[in-house]
Design a binder for this molecule. Structure first.
Ligand SMILES: [Fe+2]
Length: 343
């Protein structure tokens, strides 16, 4: 396209003779409108024109038809403008009047450049599609994995409940109390699932305790107690081989330990007890005291909190006790009947 009709017509005729399909127009705006109508591969335009110039047209074409190549025609002495156009994305520029051979060569180069660009776009698109597909596959796999975690945990808890003839309410309540204390201690979110799973499964080892002991209504003999005290270790043995339950297994192993070293099975003391187990010990005592037992009625939360406070530094880690007490009676009471934690 050229504002000089004679130049424009000559180029049009010559290119048509060379076998190209040409459309000629008189100005930049008309060129842009025509480009919107048809599928053009290359635009040849003068740089200097009355009204909108070639540089304006180039910018618009690059924005609206990025796959269309633009060759600019410049007069002698307009080299700077031509170089600027190349920077803006023009395929080439030729001095006016262009020789036919130069013009054809420039058109072929522009077409080759266009084919390459289109191939590159197709490749990029297919890469993007593959990345999207892979991402979707991965998140599907993760969801399935999470679901199988949940099913595994549910099955483990259900197995223990069936043995103890109880519902899982106790396990779920201690999870909520444990998480609330962990939160007060400022533990990282990433640590919470392990701690919650440890709390949920704390007594899983009771699966290995014989019915005669586990379900005995009366007092246990010394020998029976010894058997009962194996449950943390049995629980640890059950869980340690399940990869996502390695950390919870450590909590299960240590959940009957005491801060002062008087617990079992290893008699650990102070910070050698895993933090999750130290937190859990408080949650477990709270739930035991605030739940009905066959031999006694449940006690108020305030009484359980006072008992935990009394045992700070003895049975419990003082730092955990402090965090626990800071939750407050009202919030703790509300947690009793809150929604279950989902693995
Ligand atoms: Fe236990």
């Amino acid at each position: 396209m050229d504002d000089d009709a004679s130049v424009r017509d000559v180029i049009g005729v010559l290119l048509t003779e060379e076998g190209y399909q040409c459309t000629t127009v008189a100005g930049a705006e008309e060129a842009l409108a025509t480009a919107r109508d048809g599928a053009f591969e290359v635009c040849i335009s003068d740089v200097k024109m009355p009204g909108r110039d070639g540089s304006w047209l180039l910018e618009r074409l690059r924005a609206e038809h990025p796959s269309m190549e633009v060759i600019l025609l410049t007069a002698y002495g307009e080299t700077e403008a031509a170089v600027e156009c190349l920077r803006q994305g023009a395929a080439d520029y030729l001095l006016k009047p262009p020789k036919l051979t130069d013009l054809v060569r420039a058109i072929e180069r522009a077409l080759a450049r266009r084919r390459l660009e289109l191939a590159r776009q197709r490749y990029r698109k297919s890469l993007e599609t593959r990345v999207l597909e892979k991402t979707a596959e991965l998140s599907r796999a993760l969801r399935q994995l999470e679901q199988s975690y949940r099913i595994t945990l549910d099955a483990l808890v259900a197995a223990l409940d069936a043995r103890e003839h109880e519902t899982s309410d106790h396990s779920q309540r201690v999870v909520r109390y444990t998480l609330a204390i962990a939160d007060r201690l400022g533990l990282a979110q990433a640590q919470l699932p392990d701690i919650a799973r440890g709390a949920l499964l704390h007594d899983i080892g009771k699966i290995g305790v014989p019915d005669a002991i586990l379900l005995k209504p009366g007092k246990l003999t010394a020998q029976e107690w010894e058997e009962m005290r194996r449950h943390p270790h049995v629980g640890w043995t059950i869980l340690r081989s399940i990869p996502f339950l390695e950390a919870p297994a450590e909590i299960v192993l240590s959940h009957q330990e005491r801060w002062d070293g008087g617990g079992y099975p290893r008699g650990l003391a102070g910070e050698s007890i895993p933090l999750g187990a130290r937190i859990f010990a408080i949650a477990d005592t709270l739930d035991a005291m605030t739940s009905d037992r066959p031999y006694r009625r449940r006690q108020p939360f305030a009484a359980a909190m006072a008992e935990v406070a009394r045992c700070s530094g003895l049975q419990f880690d003082p730092r955990c006790v402090e965090a626990f007490l800071s939750i407050g009676e009202e919030a703790l009471t509300a947690l009793r009947d809150a929604r279950p934690w989902v693995a």
